[in-house]
Structures are given as C-alpha cells and as structure tokens.
Design a protein around this ligand. Structure first.
Ligand SMILES: N[C@@H](CCC(=O)NCCCC(=O)O)C(=O)O
Length: 250
C-alpha cells in the first residue's frame, strides 16, 4: 500500500510569473526512499485549504529551500538587505506544521523544514551561523559540482538513546551541509538526535508528537541510495506514513 506524501512548494518567480515548485530530489526521495506517492502542495497560505489537505495526506515532507524564514516568526532581528524570503511558503508551512503535529500525521523536515518546525514550536534561529563565536561555517562550498556541494562536509554525533543510534547501530556519521541559518534555541519538546562538532544541533525528534515527527539540518534526499543514514530516515518516515494510511482505511 502506498502512502500519500504531501510536499509544500516554494514560490519562485520564473520569467514574469510566480511558480509553485519543489526540488526534484525531494520528490524522488519521497517516492524512491520512503515508498510514497508524492503530491505537491501549492503555498497559498489558505487555512481552509490546509485543513482539507490534512485529510488527504498520510505524511508531510518539508523540503529545503534557499529562502529564509522571515525572522519576525521567531522574534529575530530583521534580515539583512538582499536576504531571500518566501512569504507564501512561510504562510503555508508554519500553520501546516502545527496542524500536522496536532493531527498525528508523520512529518519529516529537511534543512529549511528543520528550521520551520523549530520556529513553529517556539525555538529561535541564528541567521548567520558562521558569524557566531565558536560555531563553524556550515555553508556549502562555492562550486557548481553538485557532488562536491552535497558531499560529506562534517561529522555529527548521534545523541545517546537517539533514533539514529538505534537505526544505525553506531554513534555518528558524516553529513553534507548547505545552510547558514541554524538552531539558536531548540524549542521545548524537541529532543536533539545529532550534534555537529561545534555543538550545533543537526537533527531532532518532536518528543510530544503522537506520530513520527523528525527533522534534519542536512540533506538526506541527496543520493539517498548511497547513504545508509538517509535510507534509515526515509524508511522510518515511509513506514509511519503507510501505517497511517492503513489505519485510515480500516
Ligand atoms: N535558507 C536556509 C535553509 C537552507 C536550505 O534549506 N538549503 C537548501 C538549498 C537548496 C536545496 O538543496 O533544496 C539556510 O541557509 O539556513
């Protein structure tokens, strides 16, 4: 039985018109690694539509994006001039996260999605991790070679008792790193699952959620078939989505 995995879109201007779009690698991973049917959710920021969408999906995958969450959502100082935002995505994903967790729908957040769940639950973000004393530069290398850009960049240590430790049977991994924002304060109720060498939290689960609710700062969707950590994350997410679909059909 295949589960329906909803993926909210970014809104981007292409030519003269706004388009609602999701990077293909997220769709491919939702299908190939989680075993679902991917359905793209337009970022219309319409609460009534979100309520209907919640009844259609078995899971939600929040993808990464080059855009940043507008800082007023987490009481941050205004962004520097030139910062890329996506008001429409904020207006969709932030209310969606609350609904998804309340409804017990499986949730997986990646990169921007990881930051979104933390913000919705009351956490805060660093806007420029590389400028924080003691923290490293987590931005991607300046290259057009995607294998280099999404290649392993640093280590993470799995926390004691983490799901990652349980799934993988070891204590850490090398992960890619394509972000400059990061967790400043982890929201209450989130449980750290993996931490970078500089102490930055890179994965968490939502302790209070009644279903799978998990997020990572790195990109497990990138060539997931070559990476056992990525496969473990998507398999657990996919299993939770299928289980929800089966329960809904009973
Ligand atoms: N803007 C945020 C989020 C970073 C992020 O999601 N990057 C993804 C890049 C494109 C992709 O692979 O989909 C930050 O910089 O922290």
């Amino acid at each position: 039985m295949q589960a329906i995995i909803g993926i909210p879109c970014d809104v981007k201007t292409i030519g003269l018109f706004p388009f609602h779009a999701v990077g293909e690698k997220y769709i491919t991973a939702a299908v190939g690694a989680a075993g679902g049917v991917a359905v793209l959710i337009p970022s219309l920021g319409d609460a009534a539509q979100l309520d209907t969408i919640i009844n259609l999906v078995d899971g939600i995958l929040l993808p990464g994006s080059p855009s940043n969450i507008e800082p007023h959502h987490y009481q941050g100082v205004p962004s520097r001039p030139g910062t890329l935002h996506d008001k429409a995505r904020d207006a969709t994903t932030l209310p969606l996260v609350r609904r998804v967790i309340d409804a017990g729908i499986p949730l997986l957040g990646i990169c921007r999605g990881f930051q979104e769940i933390n913000v919705v639950l009351g956490g805060e973000l660093h806007q420029h991790v590389q400028e924080q004393p003691g923290l490293n530069d987590h931005r991607e290398p300046q290259t057009e070679d995607l294998d280099l850009m999404y290649g392993p960049a640093h280590s993470v240590q799995f926390t004691a008792g983490s799901w990652l430790q349980h799934w993988l049977g070891r204590d850490g991994a090398r992960v890619n790193s394509i972000h400059q924002q990061g967790i400043k304060r982890l929201a209450d109720g989130l449980i750290a699952e993996a931490v970078a060498e500089d102490g930055l939290i890179e994965a968490y689960r939502v302790g209070s959620a009644s279903n799978f609710a998990y997020a990572v700062q790195w990109h497990p969707e990138w060539k997931y078939w070559e990476n056992d950590v990525s496969q473990a994350i998507f398999e657990a997410f996919g299993a939770a989505c299928r289980e929800r679909r089966m329960r809904r059909n009973q």
